[in-house]
Design a protein around this ligand. Sequence first.
Ligand code: CP
Length: 305
Amino acid sequence: MRHLMNPLDFTVEELEGLFDLANDIENHPEKYAHACAGKKLATCFYEPSTRTRLSFEAAMLNLGGSVLGFSDANSSSASKGESVADTIRVVSCYADICAMRHPKEGAPMVAASKSRIPVINAGDGGHQHPTQTLTDLLTIRSLKHRLNNLTIGLCGDLKFGRTVHSLINALSRYEGIRFIFISPDELRIPDYVTEMLNEKGIPYEEVMSLEDVLPRLDILYMTRVQKERFFNEEDYIRLKDFYILDRKKMKLASPDMLILHPLPRVNEISVEVDDDPRAVYFKQAQYGVYVRMALILTLLGIHVD
Ligand code: CP
């Protein structure tokens, strides 16, 4: 039995297979419409979500399976003090696979260690968000036709952003990747990430100005300043609108740069940018369904000819 806690749990070759499967699902959805008939997905979400939970549920329904779960810790027995370990033991009696989001780093890993069914980390605190990374990689591969030789700018909350940490981890295995980290000093990328890049000899720069680096980017990965991760409201208010990507700034970017965003968006991308063909964040959400379908099939060991 296999779980997914971190994007590095899959080899680069396994990811290629997963993305090929996701693209086949995109092109031939009818082939997969009954692949999970009789199977159940549990979504155990201790933290709010729109995309991750609903795309997992859409993925399982598209595969002909069923879904059950909770979307709020307060509507589960966690509110009475039940541990994640006990919850997953029980969920293992009801479902065939589980996607779990939790505000505490490592909670899905604890669940996986006690589970009789595959557990997917659907985001744990500021740590990892591997299925968002699978979504991001599939989006880049499908639209840029490569995952190597790319200059990727990551902008916004690089300190607490689990999507950022997961994506850097995953991309650091491809040739010719260069990162540009764009953030205010308070939201800098953590040292453990830059130490990993130094060890691997992967080039990166840390800058504060988005405008200065926009012309050099193949991919701009925008992120939200996350109110829920701040201890101090004053700091959040001071930093929340530090970056706002608008039409004027987009004039500086190359014609084939792609803008990705894990969403939700607050103010960091002006809505006037949404019509720009380089803005692919809503397409990205659609790729999230295909890759989660591919992941469910893979972890359940279901093959469709
Ligand atoms: N990208 C993402 O994780 O969105 P949700 O928080 O809405 O699931």
